[in-house]
Design a protein around this ligand. Structure first.
Ligand code: G6P
Ligand code: MN
Length: 442
């Protein structure tokens, strides 16, 4: 393969997902070759812990690539071709508030859904807009591939702020992870499966699952399987208990509403009280990740630094996030038009939903960006759910950009995990207090 090497910048490179993303870049280096890799994070200490492992991996597996670690945004973006954005504004300490404050009010405590997702969205919007402005200053033609959460809200805000920017793509790896899990159940290669899907990010449904080798829609077979068997992620052995529970609730959702196969994230909107009852307000997902993924990855990185070698250490590879980001970049860079589930502006994809919604849909990814597949009108149940959720997303983006308390209160009241305006107000006031360094409302 003779492909021109490109420059990539990772924003939020202090994430413990970064080493595995690098492993994916290494594994896919023939398909998406690099000439330069910039790891940018505003938190130097998080970059420093992972630096030696990453440097050693690159020296051993990817020699010749110019490698830069930086806390300077200008340096990060100069001349870059692809920007992979995975910032977490406020880091784990703020994620902890996002998850725990709602639970104190008896509401769902989740980083992207419900009041926690609202607070996180409000934190993410301004830094994301700033990032796009800075990238455009130094790299007007670069592709910005955004994975920053809550992607539903971020994508709406970015679309408002940069309506004419054709090189921003918002994408989530949950459909990818689910398709990989479907493939394992159906005993086929995930790359032979092509979904049809509609909705909003973390709020959508699979309607078809074509096997591109045979042309057969395998969704009926999969739904059959899931009526009798627990849904497990493809990598169940490596997943924490909360994620296994999350996958399992797909079975339950499907039993209530068997038309389509729901994204796991819909559990928070369908079964909020059940989830609150099962949650521990003192130990949420952020704590589970802290004693799981964080420790595992940081230990490997520390060991690499101490011994200044990779001896006895694995090459971490991102089976979901990492591979997907690189495959997406490859499909755009080399105009491959491969199909991914992405976020795009609705226009006429779902004609009976607002044209300005950022819908999640399968689409071909090529040099000109995403061509979302037309889905057609959705039935009244789905339309009602989606309109409410989109109104919540839009009001949240507007509340942030206009610093408008009234819109924030409306947004939370619409959210299916809240509904009661008394609760919405109480939680909004609490969230505003802990987030005051990040956002204000008047
Ligand atoms: C999935 C979602 C992401 C989310 C992540 C959280 O991959 O699609 O949007 O950020 O899960 O994972 P974690 O392990 O940090 O709870
Ligand atoms: Mn996601």
């Amino acid at each position: 393969m003779n492909r021109k090497p490109l420059a990539v910048t990772i924003v939020g490179a202090g994430s413990t997902r970064t080493p595995a993303l690098i492993g994916s870049l290494v594994n896919l280096k023939e398909r998406f070759p690099l000439k330069k890799l910039v790891l940018f994070d505003i938190d130097k200490s998080r970059l420093d812990i992972q630096k030696d492992y990453i440097r050693l991996v690159m020296e051993e597996h990817y020699p010749g690539v110019e490698l830069t670690f930086t806390v300077e945004e200008d340096e990060a973006y100069i001349g870059t071709d692809y920007v992979f954005v995975q910032m977490r504004v406020g880091g784990a300490p703020m994620r902890s508030y996002d998850e725990k404050i709602p639970l104190k009010h008896g509401l769902v405590g989740q980083e992207t859904c419900g009041p926690g997702g609202f607070a996180y969205g409000m934190r993410s919007i301004r830094p994301m807009i700033h990032m796009v402005e800075k990238v455009r200053q130094w790299a007007p033609d670069a592709w910005i591939l955004n994975y920053t959460n809550p992607a539903a809200i971020v994508s709406v805000a970015l679309d408002k702020a940069f309506p004419d920017d054709k090189k921003i793509l918002n994408i989530c790896d949950q459909p990818y992870s689910m398709i990989k899990s479907f493939a394992k159940i159906l005993d086929v290669d995930m790359y032979d499966l092509e979904p049809r899907y509609f909705g909003l990010n973390h709020f959508g449904w699979f309607t078809k699952l074509y096997n591109t080798k045979t042309g057969v829609d395998m969704l009926p077979q999969l739904k059959d399987y899931l009526t009798n068997h627990e849904f497990k992620p493809f990598n169940a052995e490596q997943r924490d208990p909360s994620w296994l529970e999350t996958y399992k609730r797909v079975n339950k959702m499907l039993s209530y509403f068997p038309d389509h196969l729901p994204n796991t994230y819909l559990q928070y909107y369908f079964f909020p009280s059940e989830i609150v009852a099962e949650s521990n307000p003192e130990f949420t997902r952020v704590d589970e990740a802290a004693i799981g993924r964080e420790v595992k990855i940081l230990d490997i990185c520390k060991k690499a630094a101490e011994q200044n070698s990779l001896e006895g250490l694995p090459l971490l590879v991102g089976e979901v996030h990492g591979n997907m980001m690189v495959e997406v970049a490859e499909s755009i860079a080399y105009d491959l038009n491969k199909v991914f589930v992405v976020m795009v502006k609705n226009k006429d994809i779902i004609p009976n939903l607002p044209a300005d919604a950022m819908v999640e849909t399968p689409g071909e990814l090529g040099a000109k960006g995403a061509k979302g597949y037309v889905c057609g009108e959705v039935d009244v149940f789905y339309k009602a759910l989606l309109e409410g959720q989109y109104a919540y997303e839009r009001l949240t983006a507007e509340a942030c950009l206009e610093e408008n308390y009234g819109k924030a209160l409306q947004a939370l009241t619409i959210n299916r995990t809240v509904v009661d305006p008394n609760k919405a107000k109480a939680i909004l006031d609490d969230l505003m207090e802990v987030n005051k360094e990040y956002w204000i409302l008047k």
